[in-house]
Ligand binder design. Structure first.
Ligand SMILES: [Zn+2]
Length: 141
């Protein structure tokens, strides 16, 4: 996945989010851009459709990387390093497996330390990451 090509599409996505479109509508709006900008990834996506179905294939190939690119820099708006460190310590020394949704900030349990892209039951996006994973990816500082 070429991040530069994805980044080039981000302004259009931000604009559509600002205008109130949801991610499903946005994906329909950017399909042609993705196909033009990422022909190799697009070819892989078309292969995956047969195995995973169109929705899963699109989500795994394009939606998750785009949402990650969009949401991960925003996590600092609602999560502090202290909160994530505290959650990671609870995981290490207790029985909790805390994680956070980087799209809505919701805290979740049942996230093993390397959990990533789990479904959030609050907002429906697959943007839940374990606290330890958030630290490892350097999303909070
Ligand atoms: Zn969420």
């Amino acid at each position: 996945m070429k991040n530069a090509a994805l980044r080039a599409i981000m302004p259009k996505i931000k604009e559509m989010l600002d205008e109130g479109y949801d991610w499903n509508e946005i994906l329909i709006g950017i399909k042609a851009d993705l196909e033009a900008a990422l022909p190799k990834t697009w070819a892989k996506y078309e292969q995956r459709i047969e195995e995973e179905g169109e929705r899963e294939a699109f989500m795994n190939t394009f939606l998750q990387p785009l949402q990650y690119l969009y949401y991960s820099p925003k996590i600092k708006e609602f999560l502090t390093l202290d909160q994530v460190m505290d959650a990671a310590e609870r995981e290490m020394f207790g029985t909790d497996n805390p994680g956070f949704c980087i799209a809505c900030g919701g805290e979740h349990d049942s996230c093993e330390p390397d959990a990533s892209f789990y479904e959030c039951y609050d907002c429906g996006q697959h943007m839940v990451f374990a606290a330890a994973e958030i630290l490892m990816r350097g999303m909070v500082s």
